[in-house]
Unconditional design. Structure first.
Length: 292
């Protein structure tokens, strides 16, 4: 392992000042911390979204024991030399590590309601990497990071548990403790950032949408629909007044065609829906009210 990224998650206030946290909350926040780092690192290294953190490839995430005096745990993301060489970068000069740091900062900031300009920060770094690397550089589109943010949402919620459940801490901070500080992670997690994650603003009226259904659950009337403009599957639910046989048949037909003939326009459906967005404006889900 050649490129080391060192991050720490520390809690302040309450019982954490005596190096104590509710045991269940401590376990959950560590799971959330690891999962959010693993999913982000895997996307940067491999250009794909995973759903299970143990599927991380090309890096390993290790931890040190909590630090006394508050409640702090250090994590080390070690990117394998094989990955670095594949991307065409010498171990002594590893901009891929910079991108992992920036990507994680981007995910946490967007989830907590602090808008980050992808093109000026992460996108710019990635474009510079592409200019000097071979075609093995993974594809990192803005749409993939939007999907990553969605996958990391519950993980970052877990990291808030000591502040919002057991109240054994008042706030938390994620700090970059690597050998060279990029000035990232200059915000704290608290009850306000937790509310920002949970925050959803619903559009005042419905808008027309078009896409292909990629999954659907008949028991919950929820699923995902791939929206071309977003270039990612968007979670949706069918409103109670729209759960008739005709609408469900249209959903099933779109899903069936999408499975059999991916990227075929015939699988598209047109519908009206309310849009729910995060505090930073990211589209979180749709409530379908009418299917054409």
């Amino acid at each position: 392992m050649d490129d080391l990224i060192r991050l720490s998650l520390s809690y302040r206030g309450g019982r954490s000042e005596s190096n104590e946290l509710d045991l269940y909350d401590a376990a959950q926040d560590l799971i959330g911390f690891q999962r959010s780092m693993a999913l982000t690192t895997h996307l940067v290294l491999n250009g794909e979204i995973i759903t299970q953190a143990p599927n991380l490839r090309g890096a390993i995430i290790t931890s040190k024991a909590p630090v006394a005096g508050s409640w702090e745990v250090s994590a080390i993301i070690a990117i394998s030399g094989a990955v670095i060489y594949k991307l065409g970068t010498a171990p002594k000069d590893t901009p891929i590590g910079h991108i992992v740091r920036s990507a994680y900062d981007y995910v946490i900031a967007e989830l907590c309601g602090f808008h980050v300009d992808y093109n000026k920060t992460l996108g710019q770094q990635y474009n510079e990497l592409k200019k000097s690397k071979s075609n093995t550089t993974p594809v990192l589109e803005r749409s993939k990071f939007d999907s990553l943010i969605e996958k990391c949402e519950s993980a970052v919620e877990f990291m808030h548990r000591p502040m919002v459940k057991s109240l054994t801490a008042g706030s938390a901070a994620i700090v970059d403790t690597s050998d060279y500080d990029l000035g990232l992670f200059d915000f704290h997690l608290d009850r306000e950032t937790f509310q920002n994650i949970r925050f959803e603003i619903t559009s005042t009226g419905t808008d027309p949408w078009q896409g292909s259904v990629s999954s659907f659950n008949m028991n919950t009337f929820k699923g995902r629909v791939f929206i071309s403009d977003e270039q990612r599957p968007i979670p949706f639910e069918i409103s109670s007044e729209t759960r008739d046989r005709r609408s469900l048949r249209k959903i099933a037909e779109s899903l069936s065609l999408n499975i059999q003939y991916p990227d075929n326009y015939n699988s598209h459906i047109s519908f009206d829906a309310f849009a729910r967005r995060s505090r930073s404006g990211r589209l979180k889900n749709l409530v379908i009210t009418n299917i054409y």
